[in-house]
Write a protein of this length. Sequence first.
Length: 180
Amino acid sequence: MRRLFKFLATIAMVWCLGFALFMLLLPKPLEGNTTDAIVVPTGGAGRIDRGIALLKAHQARRMLVTGVGSGVGPRDLAREYDTSPHLFDCCIDLGTEAVDTRSNAAETADWVRTHSYRTVRLVSSDWHVPRAAMELKAALGPNVIIMGDGVPGSPRLGTLINEYNKWLLRRVGIWMGFAG
């Protein structure tokens, strides 16, 4: 029984240290890094705003908003984000197939391959970037550089714990060969 307690205490301590590192290493917004493309998964405040601002600042040639709800069109988003519809016409693609982080990565990987991009800026909530980048790296492989651009947020502790646990489980799954 004592060994079991020591084992569980060790696991708990490793988890706590890992969570602390996860929190300390949350990505910040990137400044001055131009990439071929910007990818923005829907789902968090400030993500699309940040992507549009980067596109307007010529930090990339094109942007994908992945996970857009069916029935939402470019004109709807242009109105919502007070942006010229012409920017959407020329430079912003909407992906409507994704429903979660894994399918965001699959949808993005198809889009990146179609355009032969080599560098991608992943714009997401700071707490979401580590898992989203890991999923995208698993979907794309080593030939595309992914740069995480974290949009600062104020998530609840429960959200952070949940995200860290998801990251851990997917990390183990990818290590074991369950990338898809």
